[in-house]
Design a binder for this molecule. Sequence first.
Ligand code: TRP
Ligand code: ZN
Length: 898
Amino acid sequence: MADTATPNVIRRADYAPPAFLIDTVALEFDLVPERTVVRNTMRVRRNPDASHASNLELMGEQLEFVSAAIDGAAFANAHAHEHGLTLDNVPDNFELTLTSICNPAENTTLSGLYVSGGNFFTQCEAEGFRRITYFLDRPDVMATFTVTLRASKADYPVLLSNGNLLEEGDLPDGRHFARWEDPFRKPSYLFALVAGKLVALEERVKSGSGKEKLLQVWVEPHDLDKTRHAMDSLINSIRWDEARFGLELDLDRFMIVAVSDFNMGAMENKGLNIFNTKYVLANPETATDTDFANIEAVVGHEYFHNWTGNRVTCRDWFQLSLKEGLTVFRDQEFSADMAGGATDEAARATKRIEDVRVLRQMQFAEDAGPMAHPVRPESYVEINNFYTMTVYEKGSEVVRMYQTLFGRDGFRKGMDLYFKRHDGQAVTCDDFRHALADANGRDLAQFERWYSQAGTPRVSVRTKYDAAQQRYSVTLTQGYGDAAPAARETQKGPLLIPFAIGLIGKDGADLPLQLEGETKASNSTTRVLDFTQTEQTFTFVNVAQEPLPSLLRNFSAPVIVEYDYSADQLAFLLAHDSDPFNRWEAGQRLATRELLTLAGRAATGVPLQLDDSVVAAFARVLTDESLSPSFRELALMLPSEAYLAEQMAESNPAAVHAARQFVRKRLANALRKDWLAVHEKHRTPGAYEATPEAAGHRALKNLALSYLAELDDPAEAVRLASAQYDAANNMTDRSAALSALLNAAAANGGSVEAQQALDDFYRRFEKEPLVIDKWFALQATQRGSAQRPVIEIVRKLMAHPAFNLKNPNRARSLIFSFCAANPAQFHAEDGSGYAFWADQVIALDAINPQVAARLARSLELWRRFTPTLRDGMRAALEKVASQVKSRDVREIVEKALA
Ligand code: TRP
Ligand code: ZN
């Protein structure tokens, strides 16, 4: 394997407990932007459960070592080196005091202690704490922390850290201090501090057991008017975790802080969550419905980590999905409950569909490329590269399968046992599985394969109806198809797949389900089959008529289902399936099949045509008033270009774009009157409401507008979009109108209306960075044309005064949007997109390796593309491979080229 040749591969199999443990940590910070002095006093002892080591090896990076003392006396045998500090021949149990200096002002990696907008912030997961002080920076070393912060009172009036505030006061020379104590043991990755000019929205709430809690959302003063939704989301999260899992907030105070320079979404530091502003700040003028929903989800996610991640944490980083997969599952369930409660299946399905779309588009693609890895990876070079769709989203699906197998109550019993056994510990994915198995009295040995096998499983289905015997047999076969090499080597045997199925009769109603050997039909018309063998046949009896199967209802497992539905059968399922997820799924299958056929024709220059029956199936959804607007919007949205390209034998983004545009135009022109009616009918006049219902109306209305912008004569759409832009009282409608104007004008190389709206948008929101991010992103993802390629617009925008490569949100809004969300333009035949990509990866590598490595991933599927594109991508990858310095980017490009 390539792995053995690469140095510095970390392997799961090599796990060993730490030779020393650290029980308490007292940190003192003298915060100065260019030169922060950190004094760290630790109680250290030998680990009785580890093999003996005479030296203590502490991790440290980018630190200036000042001094070491053991039990109060200077210690001479301390040697600082590139990776940390070695202390020779230390005692068995001692107090260690270390002093070091770091430079937050120059820290553009946004890992460790850094300055953003004149304030101090930290980011320690996964291995950032070692950039603050020398430490055993691994999650199985847990300590209690006391933190003293000292800084200029005028420049840094607010001083925050984890836990409870013990004391604060003034110091000489205009300085002041605050001392914080976190009563809970925690690994170093959960440490945080914040210092600066911030203000908070505050709320006091009572937790389930009647204790009063102080909640704060800290932001820069001009953002205080955008904190209400985050606070409401936090309160809802607290209530939900009590109600659904019996888990209470364990601190007297819980803080959220927003920062505009941040590598990811947010971070669950104990009692002091630090958030990307994108996932905190919202009001109707600046944030879309999607932003509101994302904020609710991320606030929930970080809050839920307090139990799944913090109270019970990971033994090592290979177990990352233990906390991330589980916490994504929890935030998905939270959002579903907020939208539809426990019983509104249609509203819950909306959330489920959105989550599955992300999984299929992003995680399935990851599984098909060189970065394919199991939910619990076996090795890594840089752990930051393994905060992936597989660990998070597939990990969440794996957790969801326990709930599908055992029901909500059985899942809850498993969670209760997990906390009973492991509260306060650093544990493994196996520990979680065992708790679920033991609480439900089931052997889950086979289920372990979901953690150890990479690749997307394929389930092919054969059915047979025996009219004379009234028997219907369903034969399931599982395998991985032609999985990527990285995935293939992990595959050992069949999985335990909970396969939910229903049978639908001629009238569209569900048939009763009785499996062979059972005495009567079950109450439910959906059955979860325990599919455990490579091939297995399930026979239903007393089936009075030949049914149509509804397969993998509610997407009961993260697999690809292969079954030969006819177009008519899919249209029937789209109209009748009682499972709302599968109704949507039928439409997607129908559309995908048509689009792939058309893409194949486009690739070979054959004229395109679309059957009237497909248009009719979509028309029925569009005009079916019994369906919720949000469902109709999801059902009428075609599969993305990236997803479609992925399904081709050879990915051809230009052909996919041509095919998808052809269908969009055809649906626009054929159903013009209906789109116009829907656009009119689903307006939401009056004050903006952030409810799921109102958001559903806006989503459907704006989808209609986007189709209308495809009309052969777009004049009417331009009029509607301009009017909507001018009248909008919320960002959802305003940005949708701007997008429609841009796309309506694309074929003609732009329009006056589009340019005016763009200019207005910029002026109106000049002081709102998150909205200016949208301004960049809308332009980077717009449709292009031969006379107006988007790369030229992107290049110009790179020189715009508001562009800043150092700010990850801004870099993502322009560069990532173009390279990862505008495939038809990015994959231009002339290779201009790839040359741009290479330049930006190299530039970012010197500033922020984590962000650079994310961008680097946008070429990893290069082998699957058409020959010309493949050659262009390989050349760009080789250029990057020859120039980058960081371990982060090197791992990505070397795996891609291997
Ligand atoms: N643990 C965080 C979450 O998912 C994500 C995270 C991991 C992160 N590493 C990070 C956030 C680095 C910011 C920077 O909730
Ligand atoms: Zn998380």
